[in-house]
Ligand binder design. Sequence first.
Ligand SMILES: [Zn+2]
Length: 428
Amino acid sequence: MVVTGAVAVLAGPGVEHADDVALDDGSETVTTLDASGCVVTPGLVNAHHHLLQSAFRTLPGTRGVPMAEWLPAMAAAYNAAGIDAELAHAAASVGIAESLLSGVTTVADHHLNWPMGAPIDATVAIARATADASRALGGRLVFVRGSARDDPDWAGASADAIASALVPHGGVTPDGLLQVAVGPAGVHSDGEATFAALAEVARTHGLRRRTQANEQVDVAIALERYGRRPIDLLDEWGWLAPDVTIAHLVDVTPDETRRIAESGATGTHAPGCDVPMGWGIARVHELLAAGIQLGLGTSGGGSNDAGHLLADARLAMQVSGLVGPQLPARTALDMATRGSAIGLGRPELSHLGTGSAGDLCVWDVSGVADAGVADPVAGLLWAAPGRRPRDVVVAGRPVVRHGALVHADERTIAGDLSRLLARRAAAG
Ligand SMILES: [Zn+2]
């Protein structure tokens, strides 16, 4: 495929031009995508989502409440609906369709909630249903076998079975469309045994590790339970390492920032969750200045309600000035692409140069919302909040054309989830 005529092409950090972009789509014939009046960027990489929560947005009792009330309100909703493969498929279809339609070509789904103590096969079915939803729409998925107060042995056995079933030849499928990783929710929910069990699975299968740390609740619980701060515990438990990515990092001290940087661990900024939850604003400037590779994530619908990563890149810029220098648009875009991909061990997902995986977005900037914009790349973030790309390409193949999914109908996917939730509410 060749993409022609763009106003600007952001091929990677500091690489901008208006030349054609050639992508290998595995085909002998060359298809042309006319990008006149458009800006072309790499596909966005959402480094932190909880796709299941797409079924539980704006839930009563989860807005403007402390985390100690949020968690049981969400848990009650999960129990009432019943977490199984059917719900996981419907919620993931919604979350991934929303992602593709907003320019996110790769979603890292930190799946934390499981039917506690269910047969291992049932957990594999949930992971497979999520992966099937992504594949049917043409997206890339990183399924993170998470844990939130799971029994350590059961979580380890489930993660091992999921990796064996979905990525038997290493952490990523040969076509690059599916990756598996592991990740406890954080030291506030899981103990050392769970971190150790999931680390063992990661070692065996060659998987990346992910967790969350240092929203205020995480710090408070760690202090109360262990008399230590989360970064101390992660360090002690072997989870400050180059293969680990830590989401949130809101309340970190300068010393902790230095230790994270020295360890080679990466981070994920998630202001679309941190701000509405009242956790504060991560000091992105200081984290980046210390040398920590930072990606961007939306977190899930239970806190963010939207899975629109570009909108959260805009939010990241807007709130950055409250805790330091304002984040430039190109830095925010770099986090939403390269930074996220590095944390996944997949730099090829985030650029359009040699060795690129072939994921890109074509953003139409010819309308009134972009008129008068002096810098079309900065305008992508500052102008037209909530914009959707005109076309999205994954692995050289279109998955969104003229603002619509290529492989499914957006409204059918939304209707399927609504009907499933209504049926289960009626049965409950
Ligand atoms: Zn999260």
